[in-house]
Design a protein around this ligand. Structure first.
Ligand SMILES: Cc1cc2nc3c(=O)[nH]c(=O)nc-3n(C[C@H](O)[C@H](O)[C@H](O)COP(=O)(O)OP(=O)(O)OC[C@H]3O[C@@H](n4cnc5c(N)ncnc54)[C@H](O)[C@@H]3O)c2cc1C
Length: 415
């Protein structure tokens, strides 16, 4: 009793949390709005901190089977092609952090977690269940979905992403009594002014000169492009970010884009970069939205309801750590539950206290990653003196600047 949790959202964060909580001994019902568990055709980088979480869940072999493990992170000038700085990744990351730096297709990452969750008898996965509202009960939480179903459990964790419904409840204050407060207690996500174009190409379809097993970030004025291998190195994932206006419904997340539109937005760049962009035939466009860095634990939990991943701390992708922080949140919640059950396996889990510990333990690290992601974006897109300073700094101490021990040695344990 008292060991039943609802998770809203079955993305990388929610699925990871389902694995963490069931491994800790809880029963989980996960509600996902879409008709199937799927991820968009794009890649993500998983720093050693994220890989450590997967390894702790016993998923190293599953990761090894589908991910790529790039040899280095290289920064190049998008116009001149000059190498501005380099950080060796593969062996160095293993030696320094005990875990590799991985790059993976998002669908493969979700599949690894989905299979782990499906192997757990304590998880029930519900599709086409879009959560509409949250009601806290004296000793539990009840949620209503768009299909008219009610689900009741001891606690709820919202992993429902950037446009989180659960967040509205958490930010409405104690007992959710202030959803229409004036001024509002929470503001909607904000458009960053940046648009990402994402595409993939098979290495086999590229000329030798464009094939790569490295992460390369091309930096230009008001733009950058990141490329890296995924799916055992068989595909190259390409993300091009330009500055522009938001088009269409931001909640639509993906919009088809054509290559000509991207090449026009990018303008003149180094021929090798241009060749790469031309080699990708299908592009999707994302308006990049985020929230300001978290300002306190209250953004992570309220009563028996907590938030994890983008629902709590959506960020710009310039530190490549949004999914990693969602996995770290999940890992932390799993550890706290393990500890609570180790202290008293028969008694009720003190959910309110446990969520407050989680919130206090996580918010500053998540805020730091959000803030670093914002400043990285400015540095990536710099022009003029800032660009000159950046390039000099990268040439003098590129590996020191690109390495992030405070980040990659995580997740920190929370007591
Ligand atoms: C261009 C780009 C590049 C990125 N690169 C990286 C990277 O290299 N490394 C990295 O770590 N991160 C990266 N990220 C960030 C990463 O994609 C996100 O931080 C991560 O996906 C967040 O996971 P999540 O599970 O919290 O949310 P989401 O992935 O948004 O999942 C939320 C889930 O909840 C479901 N849902 C939503 N509302 C409801 C509801 N009301 N009821 C039920 N279900 C609901 C959704 O359908 C979805 O399945 C990148 C992001 C972008 C845009």
């Amino acid at each position: 009793m008292n060991k039943h949790v609802l998770i809203a959202g079955g993305g990388i964060g929610g699925m990871g949390l389902a694995v963490a909580l069931t491994r800790a001994g809880l029963n989980v019902d996960l509600l996902e709005q879409t008709p199937e568990f799927s991820e968009v055709g794009a890649g993500i980088q998983l720093g050693p901190n994220a890989v450590r979480v997967l390894s702790d869940w016993g998923l190293s072999n599953a990761l090894q089977a589908v991910a790529a493990f790039p040899d280095r992170l290289r920064v190049r000038d998008a116009h001149e092609g000059t190498v501005l700085g380099e950080l060796p990744l593969s062996e160095r990351a293993r030696l320094k952090y005990g875990q590799p730096y991985a790059t993976i297709h998002r669908a493969d990452a979700l599949q690894v977690l989905l299979q782990a969750a499906q192997a757990e008898p304590r998880v029930t996965l519900h599709l086409k269940e879009r959560l509409r509202s949250v009601h806290e009960l004296p000793d539990g939480v009840s949620v209503l979905t768009e299909t008219g179903h009610t689900h009741v459990a001891d606690a709820l964790i919202g992993c429902d992403g950037l446009w989180s419904v659960v967040r509205r409840h958490v930010m409405a204050g104690p007992a959710g009594l202030l959803p229409d407060a004036d001024p509002p207690l929470d503001i909607p996500p904000r458009f960053s002014g940046h648009i990402a174009y994402r595409g993939m190409v098979a290495q086999a379809d590229l000329p030798d000169s464009l094939r790569t097993q490295s992460v390369t970030a091309w930096l230009g004025a008001k733009l950058h492009v990141v490329q890296y291998p995924v799916r055992r190195g068989e595909l190259v994932n390409v993300v091009a970010v330009v500055e522009g206006r938001q088009l269409g419904n931001p909640q639509g997340w993906t919009h088809d884009a054509n290559r000509a539109e991207l090449l026009q937005a990018i303008g003149p760049v180094h021929p090798q970069l241009r060749d790469l962009l031309e080699a990708v035939t299908s592009w999707k466009q994302w308006p990049l939205n985020d929230r300001p860095p978290m300002t306190g634990p209250y953004e992570h939990a309220q009563g028996r309801v907590a938030l994890a991943g983008d629902a709590a701390h959506p960020m710009r992708p310039y530190l490549a750590q949004g999914a990693a922080m969602a996995l770290e949140d999940a890992w932390t919640l799993g550890r706290l539950v393990q500890r609570a059950l180790a202290a008293d396996s028969a008694g009720p889990i003190p959910w309110v206290d446990l969520f407050q510990r989680y919130a206090r333990g996580r918010w500053q690290r998540n805020a730091r990653v959000q803030a670093n992601s914002i400043s990285n974006g400015k540095v990536f897109h710099a022009d003029g003196f800032l660009r000159m300073g950046r390039d000099v700094a990268l040439s003098l101490m590129g590996d020191t600047l690109m390495d992030k021990p405070w980040l990659y040695s995580g997740p920190p344990d929370v007591v």
